[in-house]
Write a protein that binds this ligand. Structure first.
Ligand SMILES: Cc1ncc(COP(=O)(O)O)c(C=O)c1O
Length: 474
């Protein structure tokens, strides 16, 4: 056998040079975020087809690769890290978590099995326990970190199904409001439920699930011989930030023996604030909760969480092992995450939460979240003062929806007019707002959740909205 080079094994100086080169570009990029465009993807559409290439047999210089990334590929994207990103559900992407990822990936420990990395598994278990504490859950609650809210919703649905329904579960019915995130219905499908088994419950004038309509739907399904089994409530909808009446839903779930799941992917971390705790009162009575750290804790994309009040239920739904695996722990304080999750090998996600929490403390997150709540209230107040603007959904958390509805313009023309209005706001490239449809009405939204969004940027948003309003109204 001939000796070969091993370029994949970097020397100490090569590692340092690689990280230093990347870090220079990263820091320059982050420092320029406030001046970058917020949603201009045109050059990205031009570049993308030219990037398709066959498997590269030979290597390339890193400097050219970094140039491609930072000069050409990264800029023409939705600027999800920008302070002006008020679209969809922002988060920003904490640099501290990126550093945690570098540590986790470079050390490459196996945290799914306690015996393989006991101390690191404990750090991730701490993170899950902190989330349970934030949710007001009892000590026996357990959870797992997922890639995001969608898989967390799916994991909760599978857990509930395995706890509450027989192996033939096809008569089980799931109830969610007409404002619920589509990952609930998708999760139900992927959990094996027939498409027709998800009921869309109408909402009230604040877009919250109507208890009377829910109770009626449950009664009708029972009469038809179906098995009502799970209510998927929302603690902050994606459309308007609406929080379903969680305490009343918990009462109703108890009365009917149903599993109460709360999708708090957007709203859950507002529980760190007093205002959020008031808005989400009752969430601690849910059987399962989804939180999305890549939203409310500002993490980079790739971290969701599912918490289950009775931690053993989560474990029962996921505990399988095999002869080739190391022994699993029979001690609830020694968590084998593979026994609580659909995944076996997976990234050490806990570190990207643990590091920023330990560096800054929960107070730093609380203050950021309080600021976002205040900014949304400020935006609503100022919009209310602009002639012709109608608020369609007042902020219940940090999200609001509005539109331009000038007197005298017929309803059928308003959707087109608002599309033009929104395009004008976004064309200035200082903020990016995205729309939704609320009962047929085209509605621009403002969602404040990036840790980089402060008062100054909200002032810019309001200036750009005012300028667009004037232009549209002539
Ligand atoms: C309320 C809600 N639930 C679930 C999800 C899905 O989360 P993810 O995108 O992390 O899969 C979202 C995403 O925006 C959401 O807003």
């Amino acid at each position: 056998m001939t000796d070969i080079d091993h370029p994949l094994e970097l020397s100490a100086s090569e590692m340092r040079a690689l990280v230093a080169g990347a870090l220079d570009r990263i820091v320059a990029h982050i420092e320029s975020l406030p001046r970058q465009t917020v949603s201009d993807t045109r050059a990205g559409f031009e570049l993308a087809p030219r990037l398709a290439e066959p498997l590269p047999e030979e290597g390339s210089e890193i400097s050219g690769l970094l140039d491609l990334l930072f000069d050409r590929a990264v800029p023409p994207s939705f600027n999800t890290a920008s302070p002006g990103y008020l679209a969809y559900i922002p988060g920003g992407g904490l640099f501290q978590s990126a550093v945690a990822d570098l540590i986790a990936d470079a050390t490459n420990r196996y945290t799914s099995v306690y015996a393989a990395a006991p101390a690191l598994a404990q750090l991730e278990a701490n993170v899950v326990a902190w989330f349970c504490q934030i949710a007001g859950y009892p000590p026996e609650a357990r959870g797992t970190l997922t890639s995001g809210g969608s898989l967390a919703n799916w994991t909760a649905l599978v857990t509930a199904r395995r706890e509450r329904l027989p192996e033939n579960f096809l008569s089980g019915v799931i109830y969610a409001s007409d404002q619920s995130h589509y990952s609930v219905a998708k999760g139900a499908l992927l959990a094996g439920f027939p498409e027709g088994n998800v009921r869309e419950i109408p909402t009230d004038d604040r877009f919250r699930m109507r208890i009377d309509a829910l109770e009626a739907a449950i009664g009708e399904d029972r009469e038809r011989g179906l098995t009502p089994f799970l209510i998927a409530a929302a603690a902050g909808t994606t459309n308007t930030g609406a929080v379903d009446p969680l305490s009343e839903l918990a009462d109703l779930a108890a009365r009917h023996g149903l599993w109460l799941h709360v999708d708090a992917a957007y709203g859950g971390f507002f529980l760190l604030t007093e205002e959020g705790r008031r808005a989400l009162r009752g969430i601690e009575r849910a059987d399962s909760i989804v939180l999305d750290p890549h939203k409310g804790l500002f993490l980079p994309y790739g971290t969701g969480a599912v918490l289950v009040r009775d931690g053993e239920a989560l474990r029962r739904a996921h505990s399988l092992t095999a002869d080739y695996m190391p022994g699993m722990q029979n001690d609830p304080d020694r968590v084998d995450f593979s026994q609580y999750s659909p995944e076996l090998s997976r990234p050490f996600r806990g570190l990207r939460v643990w590091l920023p929490f330990k560096m800054h403390g929960a107070g730093a997150f609380r203050r950021e979240l309080e600021e976002k709540l205040a900014l949304a209230r400020m935006a609503a107040e100022r919009l209310r003062g602009m002639e012709g603007i109608e608020i369609l959904a007042e902020p219940q958390l940090s999200l609001l929806a509005f539109r331009l509805a000038p007197r005298g313009v017929p309803e059928e023309e308003l959707n087109g007019l608002n599309q033009r209005f929104l395009d004008l706001v976004n064309a200035r490239q200082r903020v990016y707002l995205t729309p939704t449809r609320l009962r047929g009405k085209f509605a621009p939204r403002i969602c404040v959740l990036s840790f980089r969004t402060h008062r100054e940027r909200m002032e810019m948003a309001l200036e750009d909205i005012e300028a667009a309003r004037r232009e549209v109204l002539g």
